[in-house]
Ligand binder design. Structure first.
Ligand code: NAD
Length: 321
């Protein structure tokens, strides 16, 4: 049990307060290996009991399985709806991308049914670099505003990998329309480029969610899954760093998470978790960083190993930005 509660941080202008560590539910869609229903329920319960109040999913994860599992697990908590914050996404599906007004409007009803909820706190356009950013501005976001009026969603977000997509959209929508951005793999020991965008996002009152502090498995002892898009060089450097940490009796995942959690301008760090053990480890790491601070020495040693690949990313989507 954590002795200190997880820190709560405001999310832009939304009025929501998210736990500094958020629960990424993509593993519940079996994307990092099979997770049983009982394990999914126990993992979500442990996360909630230890102070995690933010749960993120998408119809894309595991071809709707993640939403269904998360819905069952949240229902099993048996607590009032306002005690947890849920985000899901639209526009990306097993079948492909579709950011049309018609599809995203239908999508939320499907998601709410799978999640067994009346509303989601945040609905995010999922990986917009795979669609037309102009369609996002002129068609998708106006459709989401209607869903907001209808009470099916409270806030609107956009997600994706290339950082340029965020300012492209935010510069073209009325202020206050897009409440949140979700960036991934850009605020960790190997890549911290999200930092450059933070002043701009803060000036717009946009909440910042950063996902994948373990770089989708790169910064773990067991390494990334087969499908991981990083270069051979980046994968090798991360595995060297993981091996170095192990040799020193340290855990690279813990250090990576602590690095990401240290920036308080980021409201929440989303980590994919698929077991009670991972929840315990990650909450303990978050509590430790808030009370004792991060292990500066070990982190700078990892930074040194990763220097040749610092800020190396991979292509994503059809946009050039
Ligand atoms: P991640 O970097 O959080 O890595 C997850 C992997 O690390 C999984 O294999 C998990 O089992 C493992 N892990 C977690 N805690 C660990 C620990 N203590 N020790 C060792 N291994 C550990 O990557 P992710 O799951 O892809 O990202 C987190 C969440 O962020 C996702 O579930 C999703 O909700 C969100 N996300 C969204 C987008 C998007 O919208 N485009 C992209 C990426 C992630």
């Amino acid at each position: 049990m954590a002795l200190t509660p997880l820190e709560l941080r405001p999310l832009g202008n939304t009025g929501l307060k998210l736990s500094s560590l958020g629960f990424g539910a993509s593993p519940l869609g079996n994307v990092f290996g099979v997770v049983s229903e009982a394990d999914a329920i126990a993992t979500v319960r442990q996360a909630f009991n230890l102070g995690i109040n933010f749960f993120d999913t998408s119809p894309y994860y595991g071809g709707t399985l993640s939403e269904k599992m998360l819905g069952k697990a949240l229902k099993a908590l048996g607590v009032p709806r306002n005690e947890y914050i849920v985000s899901t996404k639209c526009g990306r599906y097993k079948e492909g991308f579709d950011f049309s007004a018609e599809r995203v409007t239908r999508s939320i009803d499907e998601s709410l049914e799978r999640l067994q909820l009346d509303y989601v706190d945040i609905l995010q356009c999922h990986d917009i670099e795979f669609g037309s950013l102009d369609q996002i501005v002129t068609e998708t976001i106006p459709a989401l505003l209607k869903l907001k009026e209808a009470g099916k969603i409270k806030f609107i977000g956009i997600t994706g990998l290339p950082l340029g997509i965020f300012s492209y959209v935010l510069d073209r929508v009325p202020p206050g329309t897009v409440d949140v951005i979700l960036s991934y793999c850009h605020y960790g020991i190997n890549d911290s480029t999200l930092e450059d965008l933070i002043p701009y996002l803060k000036s717009k009152g946009v909440g910042i969610i950063s996902a994948s502090p373990l770089a989708m498995g790169l910064l773990t002892e067991s390494g990334p899954p087969e499908w991981h898009p990083a270069s051979v060089e980046l994968k090798a450097a991360c595995q060297d760093a993981a091996a170095y940490c192990k040799e020193k009796g340290k855990n690279i995942s813990k250090l990576s998470l602590q690095y990401s959690l240290s920036n308080k301008d980021i409201s929440t760090i989303l980590v994919g978790m698929n077991s009670v053990k991972q929840v315990d480890e990650n909450v303990a790491a978050a509590v430790e960083v808030a009370t004792v601070g991060k292990d500066e020495k070990a982190i700078s040693e990892i930074e040194e190993i990763l220097k040749p690949v610092k800020n190396q990313t991979w292509p994503s989507g059809i946009q050039q930005s």
